[in-house]
Design a protein around this ligand. Sequence first.
Ligand code: SF4
Length: 315
Amino acid sequence: MKLILAQPRGFCAGVVRAIDTVDRALDRVGAPVYVRHEIVHNRHVVETLQAKGAIFVEELDEVPTGAVTVFSAHGVSKEVENAARARGLPVLDATCPLVSKVHAQGRRYVASGRHLVLIGHAGHPEVEGTLGQIPGPIHLVATVADVSLLDLPADEPVAYITQTTLSVDETRDVIEALKARFSDVTGPGTADICYATQNRQNAVRELCEQAELLLVVGSPKSSNSNRLREIGVEMGRVAYLVEDGSAVDPAWLDGIDTVGLTAGASAPEELVQSVIQAIAGFRDITVETLDGIEEKLQFRLPPALNRLTPAPAAA
Ligand code: SF4
């Protein structure tokens, strides 16, 4: 059986930066370091950092006074930022710079007097953070049907921004619906969907041209991983989201000659390798990787890391 790996797949620059931020904070001040929300949506990543001394909390009031606190790659609301400041917590903001860019863009649209529409999924932490970063009312829509329910006159000036990890195709449809509904619409097109999401979606389309079965390594909570699986389904493939090799059911491989394998932006390569190992335990395989973009983008770590007071050396 042939196993084809997508290129690119797995970690993006924002995820690497977020994980490195926690790692470097632990190196600098020692355990524990508190992290608000899962640093990225991957259980393996979270458990690895927990083993090193990171403590994950959902709310700031779970963080003891004075403890180093990391905000996750998804971003946080102004309210959370202000609460941390009021408590004097030493904060490392690991919000992906591409998420921060969307926040700034939304603020500019609101300042210019437009009604702001956020295209995204209710309840996702990135969306919660974006809603709380921009002053004034924001209309959240996820689908074309949601656009028709917007309670705004057709001639009101409207601007839109998007969650960074959406399906490019679905988002394009929602943008078209906004343009059909309102006479004065501005926005970034699908450019708010980050480079990593777009590259992984393009690669999975190419993969599905060749593969009969698609496996996506990623967490059920990971937005971009779910979108990758959905693209496989749209292209008529049987597609499963798996957290690691232990989730592979050998029955999925019955009658299959070519399997495509990719990973969401928060899934480490070692989990991809565990899936390869699992499949190799069931079938004789050859492994090849598609030609694809080699991503070189890197983000600088939060400067506040350098301001942390190092832990005293052990006696
Ligand atoms: Fe940043 Fe995109 Fe990665 Fe999200 S998926 S952390 S927006 S690079």
